[in-house]
Design a protein around this ligand. Structure first.
Ligand code: BES
Ligand code: MN
Ligand code: ZN
Length: 491
C-alpha cells in the first residue's frame, strides 16, 4: 500500500520559520493583504513576497496555482512555495491548492503556513491525494516522502480533521494501487488476499471459491473465467457499524475482471494493456470499504465483488454458448467480450437474495460506449429510483467527481431479446451503455432502489487530473463515502 505523507498539526511559532530547512508553503490572497505568517516570511525575504503579490505574474494566477521561489534570502528553506488562495476559498480551490503542495512534495519535509486559513482539511486532502505515486514496479526504490507540518492557529481542531482526511485518502489510494497493478501481479488470488487482509480493520471478509460458486449456480460468472488459469472468486465484505446491527445494509457490487482480453471475441492488440484496469469497479468498492472501516462509519454496508479473468483458451466460453444464471434466466453469450454484465448479474442477484439490502449500487468499467458518450469527465449513472440517484449525484457533485444521469427504458431492454435463450448479452451497435445497463436491470428485483455506475472513462484516464497523477484516480470512493455518511451515518 502506497504510504500517505505523514501529517502533523503544530501551533504557530513565528521564530521557527527562518530556520526550517525543508520546503515552506505560504498562501497569498488576492487582496494583497499578507497574513501574520506571510508577513513573517515577507520580512525574512526582505519584501520579496509583497513585491510578488503586486506583480503581473501574481495577477495572472488562478486560485490554487503555485509558484516556487528557490533558496530564498534570509531563510534556511530550500524553497518557498507561494500559492494564491483566498482566506475563504471554495472547496475545489482549497483541494487544488493542497494538490500543488502534494505534487511538489519530495524527499524533504514541508512546513505549510496555514494560520487561520479556512478549509484546511481540504488543503490536506488535496495534498495527500496528489502526493500519491505508484512506484511498486520500479526497480529503483522510491525515496521516502517528506513529512508535512501544518502550522495552524487551532492545531487540536486540525488534528481531528487530519484523521478524517487520512481515512478518505487511504481508501482512495488503496483503490488506485489496486487499479494500477499489472494483471500478473493482481490476479484473482492476490486480489482476494488483499481484500481478506482488510479483516484487520474490522471488516468481515469471506472468499467464495469456484466449487462454492458452482454449487450456488453462478454459471454466468463462472463462464467468463473458465478460459483462465486463475480461479474465479467472489469476495464478500461486510461493515456493520450502524447502531442497529440488523438494519438493512447498502449493497455495493463491483466488477473485478483482473484482465479482459475479450475472450474468444478477442480484442485488438492496440491498447489491450489498458484492460488491467477492468477490475476498477471492485477496486472502488474495496476502497470505500476501507474508508468506512478506518472512519468507523455508523452504517451497515455489504460489498460483493466478482474476481475473474477473461481469457481465450481451449476451455474458454464460445460465442453462441448458453449459460444459466443464478437467477435462473438463460443467457445467450453472443460476444464473450461483453463479460462484465455476466459477472455482475450473478453477484447482484446473490447480494439481494442473501442480504435483502435497502439499496444496491454496482460499479463497473462496463462499456467503451460510455467513454464515447461522456469522455473522461463523467461516469454514467443509471438508476430505477430518482431519489436514490439524486442522493448519489448530489454527493458526487459535492466531491467534484463527475457523474451524469443516463436513461433506462423498455425500448433498450427489447434489444436484448434472444431467439434461443431468455436474453442475449449484447444489444447491437447503438446505445451500448444503456443496453448493458438494461441487461443488469434484469438482476434487480422489483422495488429495490438501484444505481449502476459505468466508470470505464473515469477509473484510469490517459493523463493526470488535478488530484491524481497519471494512472488510476480512485473515482467514486469520496462520493460513495459521502453518500453513505449523509444517508446512513447521519440519517
Ligand atoms: N471492459 C470493457 C469495457 C471498457 C472499454 C472498459 C474501454 C474500459 C475502457 C468491456 O468488458 C467490454 O469489452 N465491453 C464491450 C462491449 C461490447 C462487446 C458490447 C465494449 O465496450 O466494446
Ligand atoms: Mn470485455
Ligand atoms: Zn471488461
Amino acid at each position: 500500500m502506497a504510504q500517505l505523507p505523514q501529517f502533523t498539526a503544530s501551533p504557530i511559532d513565528l521564530d521557527s520559520i527562518a530556520d526550517f530547512d525543508g520546503r515552506v508553503t505560504v498562501f497569498l490572497s488576492e487582496t494583497g493583504r499578507l497574513s501574520q505568517l506571510a508577513r513573517r516570511v515577507n520580512r525574512l525575504m526582505r519584501g520579496a513576497l509583497e513585491r510578488f503579490g503586486e506583480s503581473d505574474r501574481f495577477a495572472k494566477m488562478s486560485a490554487g496555482d503555485a509558484v516556487e521561489m528557490p533558496f530564498p534570502t534570509g531563510m534556511a528553506a530550500q524553497a518557498v512555495q507561494v500559492i494564491r488562495l483566498e482566506r475563504k476559498p471554495s472547496q475545489e480551490q482549497a483541494r487544488k491548492a493542497g494538490a500543488a503542495i502534494g505534487k511538489a512534495l519530495g524527499g524533504s519535509d514541508t512546513l505549510v503556513l496555514l494560520g487561520n486559513q479556512q478549509l484546511a482539511a481540504d488543503i490536506a486532502l488535496g495534498c495527500a491525494l496528489r502526493a500519491y505515486r505508484y512506484t511498486e514496479m520500479k526497480s529503483e526504490e522510491a525515496p521516502a516522502q517528506g513529512g508535512v507540518t501544518f502550522m495552524a492557529s487551532k492545531p487540536e481542531e486540525l488534528e481531528a480533521d487530519l484523521a478524517a482526511v487520512s481515512a478518505v485518502a487511504e481508501g482512495v489510494c488503496y483503490t488506485r494501487d489496486l487499479v494500477n497493478k499489472p494483471s500478473n501481479i493482481l490476479t484473482t488470488t492476490t486480489f482476494a488476499e488483499s481484500l481478506s487482509d482488510m479483516s484487520d480493520l474490522g471488516l468481515t471478509v469471506e472468499v467464495l471459491e469456484e466449487d462454492q460458486l458452482e454449487e450456488l449456480g453462478m454459471h454466468m460468472l463462472l463462464g467468463v473465467g473458465v478460459g483462465s488459469e486463475s480461479p474465479s472468486k467472489v469476495v464478500v465484505m461486510q461493515w456493520t457499524g450502524a447502531p442497529d446491527a440488523k438494519a438493512a445494509p447498502l449493497a455495493l457490487i463491483g466488477k473485478g475482471v483482473v484482465f479482459d482480453t475479450g475472450g474468444i471475441s478477442l480484442k485488438p492488440a492496440g491498447g489491450m494493456e489498458d484492460m488491467t484496469m477492468d477490475m476498477g469497479g471492485a477496486g472502488t468498492v474495496a476502497g470505500v470499504m476501507r474508508t468506512l472501516a478506518l472512519r468507523k462509519a455508523r452504517a451497515n454496508v455489504v460489498a460483493v465483488v466478482g474476481l475473474v479473468e477473461n481469457m481465450p483458451d481451449g476451455k474458454a466460453q464460445r460465442p453462441g454458448d448458453v449459460v444459466t444464471s443464478l437467477k435462473g434466466d438463460t443467457v445467450e453469450v453472443i460476444n464473450t467480450d461483453a463479460e462484465g454484465r455476466l459477472v455482475l448479474g450473478d453477484i447482484m442477484w446473490y447480494a439481494q437474495e442473501r442480504f435483502s439490502p435497502a439499496g444496491m449500487i454496482d460499479l463497473a468499467t462496463l462499456t467503451g460506449a460510455i467513454i464515447v458518450a461522456l469522455g473522461h469527465e463523467h461516469a454514467g449513472v443509471f438508476s430505477n429510483d430518482d431519489s436514490f440517484a439524486g442522493s448519489f449525484l448530489k454527493a458526487a457533485a459535492a466531491e467534484g467527481e463527475g457523474a451524469w444521469r443516463m436513461p433506462l427504458g423498455k425500448g433498450y431492454a427489447k434489444l436484448l431479446k434472444s431467439s434461443v435463450a431468455d436474453v442475449k448479452n449484447i444489444g447491437g451497435r447503438w446505445g451500448g451503455s444503456v443496453t448493458a445497463a438494461e441487461f443488469l436491470h434484469r438482476f434487480v428485483p422489483e422495488g429495490l432502489p438501484w444505481i449502476h455506475l459505468d466508470i470505464a472513462g473515469v477509473a484510469k484516464p490517459a493523463g493526470a487530473t488535478v488530484l491524481a497523477p497519471k494512472g488510476a484516480t480512485g473515482w467514486g470512493v469520496m462520493a460513495l463515502d459521502r453518500m453513505i455518511r449523509e444517508m446512513f451515518d447521519e440519517g
